[in-house]
Design a protein around this ligand. Structure first.
Ligand code: GYE
Length: 307
């Protein structure tokens, strides 16, 4: 989609691009790094005027904020949908107002995919697969059945749905791995702590815990330690994001693996916004390339971590 550049105001070359950004919440250290990256990248640009809004983890607030950005007649809207569904109406309103929408970090499921212009973020299915492949490589021959506890992120969110999908897809045909419990949290440290306490109370004794992000894994580690377990040693702990906090936990021997999910999307977002404003075609998907980090190399790799 191209920006509507008609009208005397919009034709003025000195006119700044009005950029509306809706930040989904502040649930994790990943989110803090992501918010900072977007803010810094946009504020550095002379020709961008930034309208940043904070939805505090509420879809209703996100919708309200998108509507307010439409009323303020911004040129481009960038937002992270907390969950996948429920966006058709408000995206239709943005389209009617001629405002292109860039999705970042999380995806939507809508009837009509032309309601959004581009998606900038990670391949969550692949992240789930990477965690499972690492597990398969190391534990396929340990004998017996490996019991796994999965701690999921926010219900209905793209990263929770897709990380689970990728993880289960790789383990599907291997009867020596069994998901004993899959609990739903919200990507916060507290939910990781509470869910793991519940699992322990329920009497489930896993060999592996797969948390959908680092914060949940760190909360789960705390719960395991309080119950006298040795996470990272008696129990393999894996998560996603690869934040500095995860590296510290890997160096301390409490976390075994973190699959990278890069939050530093600000520069790519700003580039896409400027390209749109210059009426250039932009790709439908801009996917960040990522790796995995394990406890064995954490000490060496922490020096390179920026978040
Ligand atoms: O992994 C988690 C955050 O949507 C990719 O949300 C993001 C996820 C990230 O709260 O830490």
């Amino acid at each position: 989609m191209k920006l509507d550049t008609a009208g005397p105001d919009k034709a003025d070359p000195r006119r700044k691009i009005k950029l509306g950004v809706v930040i989904v919440g502040s649930e994790s250290s990943w989110r803090a790094a992501n918010t900072e990256s977007i803010k810094t990248a946009a504020e550095q640009e002379q020709d961008i005027e930034l309208f940043m809004q904070y939805a505090e983890g509420s879809q209703d607030k996100e919708i309200e904020m998108i509507r307010s950005l439409i009323r303020q007649k911004v040129d481009v809207i960038v937002f992270t949908p907390i969950v996948e569904t429920g966006w058709d109406e408000v995206l239709e309103e943005a389209r009617k107002a001629g405002i292109p929408v860039i999705l970042t970090d999380r995806k939507v499921k809508v009837e009509d995919d032309s309601l959004w212009t581009t998606f900038i973020g990670s391949d969550f299915i692949e992240e789930g697969r990477r965690a499972a492949r690492w597990l398969l490589e190391r534990y396929a021959n340990r004998g017996g059945v490996t019991e796994i506890v999965e701690l999921q992120g926010t219900a209905g969110s793209a990263p929770a749905i897709e990380r689970r999908q990728g993880f289960e897809e790789v383990l599907a045909n291997n009867s020596s791995f069994h998901v004993a419990a899959s609990e739903i949290g919200d990507f916060t440290y507290d939910s990781g702590f509470q869910l793991m306490n519940k699992v322990i109370k329920d009497g489930v004794m896993p060999q592996v815990v797969f948390a959908h992000n680092d914060d949940m894994a760190l909360g789960a580690i705390k719960a395991m330690e309080q119950a006298g377990m040795k996470p990272g040693k008696d129990i393999v702990v894996m998560s996603v994001d690869a934040t500095k906090l995860a590296f510290q936990a890997m160096i301390a021997g409490k976390l075994n693996l973190s699959v990278e999910c890069n939050p530093l999307l600000g520069p790519q977002i700003v580039k896409a916004v400027k390209d749109l404003a210059a009426a250039k075609e932009i790709p439908v998907n801009i996917i960040t390339s990522e790796g995995i980090f394990s406890a064995e190399t954490a000490k060496r790799d922490i020096a390179m971590r920026k978040y």
